[in-house]
Design a binder for this molecule. Structure first.
Ligand SMILES: [Zn+2]
Ligand SMILES: [Zn+2]
Length: 363
């Protein structure tokens, strides 16, 4: 009996140590509570190609994972070109690296063009999808860009969450940005025109009453691209695991960043329309920007796609240094919500940070 007791106390001690380890890896990321729920802030790479046979990247999955861990990231969404690989095999391989301290999510990039040689880098109508089923069908080259709605119908059938990639390279989809769950930013940040084009599409979706989420897409094929700058999508899930991160993506709990860090935020964006307690809301946060590399930093808030000048002014002020290489800014904005109305707010620091919408209503 004594040994049983020893064994059980040994097991509970082991469980305790394991839970401590899990906790300590999760608490490496900032956490917050927005009243309704608590969440963590996890920096990830979205839109990543690998050297898995059939995809076009030059790096292996473990090399990418090690690199990202060394830079403080907590996850990656891999998006192979899926026409020439068996997705189920890719997913099995990717999930070998999905662990308690780093999330690996297997998505795929779908090309809407029947001509395999049609992508000239000028017109690229592509979608990144994280499927809701383990073995989704090949959708690449099944449709022309003009058959977007049929492609989206297929993606809905597999309960995928889907993102319009490099929107500036597929202007023919621009009249209907509201059809996508998410919109990619910063892919090809070298062009301010491209940034302004994708922002215009996002703003139009908001004006139409849609509330797509945003991601920062690196479109990584080689780790050399990491020297261009930091393409960081902040996912704000309930818990630190890949399932919770996919759920957060579906819920629009994201902030897209380029050469910027999100240190703190009081509430996470969400595509669920929330009830504003006391008929008002207020968001506070702290960001770090690598301003030496980009334009002067300023903050714009949009309400339903229109530039918003709130009664309580937007604050955006330099703060105490928190991390070498980044200038700290503290910000806040808020509004009173009219009963019955539903309004969605987005904040932007042009060319550095774009938030997914915050949507509220009041009783
Ligand atoms: Zn693409
Ligand atoms: Zn790609």
């Amino acid at each position: 009996m004594k040994s049983d007791k020893f064994l059980s106390s040994f097991l509970s001690l082991t469980a305790f140590i394991v839970s401590l380890l899990i906790l300590s890896s999760a608490t490496a990321y900032a956490s917050a509570s927005d009243g309704a729920s608590s969440f963590i802030i996890v920096p990830v790479w979205v839109h990543v190609h690998t050297n898995f046979k059939g995809d076009g990247g030059s790096e292996s999955i473990p090399k990418i994972v090690d690199y990202l861990k060394s830079k403080g990231y907590g996850g990656v969404i891999l998006t192979p070109h899926s026409a020439r690989l068996t997705f189920k095999d890719f997913k099995t391989e990717a999930e070998k690296y999905d662990a308690s301290d780093f999330a690996v999510i297997a998505g795929r990039e779908v090309i809407a063009s029947k001509d395999e040689g049609d992508d000239d880098g000028i017109v690229m109508c592509h979608i990144n999808a994280v499927s809701g089923i383990p073995d989704p069908p090949v959708l690449d080259h099944k449709y022309e860009a003009g058959q977007r709605d049929a492609l989206i119908a297929d993606l809905k059938k597999e309960n995928a969450v889907y993102i319009w990639n490099h929107p500036w390279a597929c202007k023919q989809w621009s009249p209907s940005p509201e059809l996508f769950d998410g919109i990619e930013f910063f892919n090809d940040i070298q062009s301010v025109d491209n940034y302004n084009a994708e922002k215009g599409f996002y703003i139009n979706a908001l004006k139409k009453g849609a509330h797509p989420f945003v991601v920062s897409g690196i479109d990584m094929h080689s780790l050399v691209q990491a020297t261009i700058g930091e393409f960081t999508t902040y996912i704000l899930p309930d818990e630190f695991n890949s399932a919770s991160m996919v759920k957060a993506l579906r819920n629009g709990n994201t902030i897209a960043a380029f050469n910027a860090k999100l240190f703190k935020i009081s509430e996470r964006p969400s595509n669920t329309i929330r009830n504003a307690a006391g008929n008002e809301f207020s968001i506070k946060g702290t960001l770090g920007l690598k301003v030496g590399l980009g334009p002067k930093a300023s903050m714009i808030v949009y309400k339903n796609g229109e530039v918003f000048t709130p009664k309580n002014p937007v604050t955006f002020e330099r703060g105490e240094k928190l991390q070498k290489g980044y200038v700290t800014y503290n910000f806040s904005f808020g509004d009173k919500i009219e009963p019955g109305a539903a309004s969605c707010y987005v904040f932007e620091i042009p060319q550095y940070v774009v938030s997914s919408p915050y949507c509220y209503t009041a009783k």
